[in-house]
Design a protein around this ligand. Structure first.
Ligand SMILES: Cc1cc2nc3c(=O)[nH]c(=O)nc-3n(C[C@H](O)[C@H](O)[C@H](O)COP(=O)(O)OP(=O)(O)OC[C@H]3O[C@@H](n4cnc5c(N)ncnc54)[C@H](O)[C@@H]3O)c2cc1C
Length: 473
């Protein structure tokens, strides 16, 4: 990194970084991808990168950005999937990386809570909690920051049992992008507090536009003492939700993940470079499920194979394979990225009420097939909580999606999801990629409420991606 004001690097942007007195620099070429390249999509251009190591340093950067009217884009691990964590190509934004805003993780084992800084990675928190027999049970393939997880309300594979990130945030400390970089919220770890609306909680899911998360108090859960992981082959995909209901009812409180993978998505995961072994041998089921049961009471999982056998009797399953947790999850976590190695993917992060999900899926596949015949739906997702990644693959060597066909597919999926009272952003949050949909669908009164909050916490509108819907009100 080249420090601001040294003049040693040619700036690609009109922003004067000399207004910052510290911790803001132009990224060297080698560092650029870390801040400018999203997990999916095209890179942007950062006018500079701010890397505060303390809350006071962060507040000073905000005061200086506020005075100069410079846009700050909060960024954690940059694994977000809606385009909200990378700058535009206009070079009009300073990336505010929370990467160095870390510190010791404070575990209060009596209360089962942790106090963490925003830049702390999920793995760091769980490493600190493990010796106390605790964990933050929000599970996903990447290793995001706690600040990014709060700002997107991360879901993941175990929402059906533990809830999304929102359910774990007891207290949160936030900095506003106002003249004084005012701190609000706090770190009280109260499980009961009904002093009106929880204002600081508004930052959960706000995608870096309603304040910057600096620290949080999180509720942790006991680590399970016993876990069983099965790959289950469905008699047909529509049986996924009846199977979920049957298994859940058979052993209440122990089914902690239920992940659907379609045949085409499984094929990609198995045949991409270094693909793992197919748990079903030579068979490629039309749909299968990774089911995980876990409990602190080891005996509560005794005889689990009988539940699987009962599901056979009911005609819901054709095969079931007990696997070790590591191999089961590594196959599941490969699915998303492996599909992308075979062509261009249009992703749809949808949810509906759980009972309606597989019907919505079937309608979606039919509607997509009517628009583009060469595309293949490679879907998978957290069916146990009503979520599905209805991803459409345009394989290499076939016509790529045009803006018109992509919009038509998106429109068809959104229409079906809306009919089932579902969501077009089940767990990836809001950002430039779904801004139009939010602006079109959200009742005016709700848009006004957001705009009025924004006017208080970010009066010059310098915070977050310029194309985030909250910055377009
Ligand atoms: C392969 C893959 C699989 C994934 N699987 C899942 C999944 O199963 N479930 C799921 O929910 N997500 C999933 N994601 C998406 C992503 O990992 C999550 O959204 C994650 O929580 C983002 O955290 P981050 O630290 O990377 O944040 P970033 O990507 O850096 O930022 C995300 C948003 O948060 C804002 N932000 C970041 N830090 C702060 C802060 N301190 N204060 C205020 N705003 C901030 C940014 O401005 C941006 O709007 C997946 C992503 C990938 C690449």
């Amino acid at each position: 990194m080249t420090q601001s004001g040294t003049g040693a690097t040619t700036s690609l942007n009109p922003i004067d970084l000399s207004v910052f007195t510290g911790a803001v620099a132009l990224p060297d070429a080698a560092d650029r991808p870390r801040y400018e390249m999203p997990a999916r999509g095209k890179p942007g251009i950062a006018a500079g990168v701010a890397l505060p190591t303390t809350v006071e340093e962060l507040r000073q950067i905000i005061r200086q950005a506020y005075a100069a009217g410079i846009r700050l884009l909060p960024q954690g691990a940059n694994t977000g999937l809606v385009g909200a964590s990378v700058p535009t190509t206009d070079g009009d934004t300073v990336v505010l990386s929370l990467d160095r805003l870390t510190g010791p993780v404070e575990i209060n084992d009596g209360d089962a809570t942790a106090v963490v800084a925003a830049g702390t990675r999920l793995s760091m928190l769980n490493d600190a909690a493990r010796p106390f027999g605790l964990h933050l049970p929000v599970d996903l393939a990447p290793d995001p920051t706690i600040g990014g997880m709060i700002a997107t309300n991360t879901g993941g594979s175990r929402v059906l049992h533990y809830g999304p990130m929102r359910a774990h945030v007891l207290g949160v400390e936030v900095v506003a992008a106002d003249e004084n970089a005012t701190l609000f919220g706090g770190l009280a770890d109260l499980r009961k507090d009904s002093r009106g609306v929880d204002i600081a909680h508004l930052v959960v899911g706000s995608g870096g536009t309603l304040g910057i998360v600096t620290r949080a108090v999180l509720a942790l859960s006991p680590l399970p003492r016993r876990t069983e992981t099965w790959w289950l082959s469905l008699s047909e995909p529509s049986q996924a939700t009846p199977l979920f209901s049957a298994l859940k009812a058979a052993r209440p409180g122990t089914l902690t993940a239920f992940e659907f993978v379609s045949r085409e998505a499984l094929r990609c995961a198995l045949t991409a470079d270094g693909g793992p072994v197919n748990p079903f041998g030579d068979e490629l089921p039309e749909g299968c499920v990774l089911a995980e049961w876990s409990s602190v009471d080891e005996s509560s999982l005794d005889g689990l194979e009988n539940d699987v056998a009962d599901a056979f009797e009911l005609g819901l399953l054709v095969d079931g394979v007990l696997v070790d947790a590591h191999s089961g999850w590594s196959l599941r976590h490969r699915v998303s990225d492996s599909v992308r190695t075979f062509g261009i993917v249009l992703g749809h992060d949808i949810s509906t009420p759980r009972h309606a999900l597989m019907a919505a899926r079937a309608e979606g596949i039919e509607a997509i097939g009517a628009i583009v015949s060469e595309a293949i739906v490679c879907d998978f997702g957290h069916v146990g909580d009503g979520g599905l990644h209805l991803n459409v693959l345009f394989p290499h060597g076939t016509p790529a999606p045009t803006p018109a066909s992509a919009a038509q597919i998106r429109g068809a999926v959104d229409t079906i999801v809306a009919r089932y009272h579902g969501s077009y952003s089940a767990e990836h949050g809001l950002g430039p990629l779904n801004a139009e949909r939010w602006l079109a669908d959200t009742p005016l009164i709700e848009q006004r409420i957001v705009a009025s909050i924004k006017a208080v916490v970010d009066p010059r509108s310098i915070l977050g991606h310029p194309n985030h819907p909250y910055n377009r009100l």
